[in-house]
Design a protein around this ligand. Structure first.
Ligand SMILES: Nc1ncnc2c1ncn2[C@@H]1O[C@H](COP(=O)(O)OP(=O)(O)OP(=O)(O)O)[C@@H](O)[C@H]1O
Length: 252
């Protein structure tokens, strides 16, 4: 996966995301009691935690599609979901959100037109996600991993400054996973901020910063190296368990 990556110009904020006292309820249950966090611009931040801990809900708040009960969510210096952010924030959901009955290229041409991205961008993003040669294939005939990459390509159209990716590497083989993480870092080096959720702790070492989440709360926010040093654990999964045990001891 190669290709030219556009630079993000005129960044004026250092925090790409700032969340304060965020409280969210879904279906009458408290999912996020009170989340406060900052995400540095130009970083690859991993949001890691067990299934059901609230990762998707938090990501939906950053995109501005989740009803919040109270708190503040600021993205690139603006309230999450505000109109100017539409072309600056890319969101890839867990379920691929592309048209099955269109080809890879037709899908991306359509999304480029909606976003007002230049036509030449389509070939660029297809190359970035490693789908060169599959342009004319119908999405319905692609594998799950290939389909996920079409969704990712759509999110890369234009010049997004923040990419919010919900479990983008699920179902991908190790080589493709490595290539995608390399792509995230290459784009982050140009100033794009990535927030990537995963319930697979072994992806942690690929992130600059980690947000470890449990039962709707951020239990740690630091670099993988700092979390390992702080807990004395050999890997992030053990660090997570150490933090959970420490928390349970404090609560007991
Ligand atoms: N549409 C909904 N209505 C009511 N409750 C919901 C809804 N979607 C999710 N929830 C609940 O919110 C909580 C957090 O779910 P969320 O999808 O944010 O977790 P997650 O960490 O992303 O999980 P996973 O890793 O399995 O995707 C769960 O208890 C879930 O049951």
């Amino acid at each position: 996966m190669t290709g030219l990556v556009p630079r993000v110009e005129n960044r004026v904020v250092n925090s790409a995301v700032s969340v304060t006292d965020l409280h969210v309820e879904r279906g009458g249950l408290v999912v996020l009691p009170s989340v406060t966090l900052r995400i540095e611009a130009g970083s690859v931040t991993g949001l890691l935690g067990p299934s059901g801990c609230g990762k998707t809900t938090l990501l939906r708040c950053l995109v501005g599609v989740q009803r919040i009960a109270s708190g503040e969510v600021s993205v690139l210096g603006l309230p999450a979901g505000s109109a100017p952010l539409r072309s600056k924030v890319g969101y890839v959901t867990q379920a691929p959100s592309v048209y099955q009955d269109l080809s890879v290229e037709e899908n991306l041409r359509y999304f480029a037109a909606v976003l007002g991205a230049p036509r030449g961008d389509v070939a660029r993003v297809i190359e970035l996600v490693g789908l060169t040669g599959r342009e004319r294939d119908l999405v319905a005939r692609l594998s799950g991993g290939q389909r996920a990459r079409v969704s990712l390509a759509a999110a890369l159209l234009g010049t997004p400054e923040l990419l919010i990716l919900d479990e983008p590497t699920v179902g991908l083989d190790p080589v493709l996973r490595r290539d995608l993480w390399d792509l995230f870092h290459r784009l982050a080096d140009t100033g794009v901020t990535f927030v990537v959720s995963s319930h697979v702790m072994d992806e942690a070492s690929r992130c600059d910063q980690l947000l470890l989440m449990r039962e709707g709360r951020i239990i740690a926010a630091d670099s993988p190296q700092a979390l390992l040093a702080e807990t004395g654990a050999a890997d992030i999964e053990s660090a997570f368990l150490t933090l959970v045990s420490a928390e349970q001891r404090t609560q007991a």
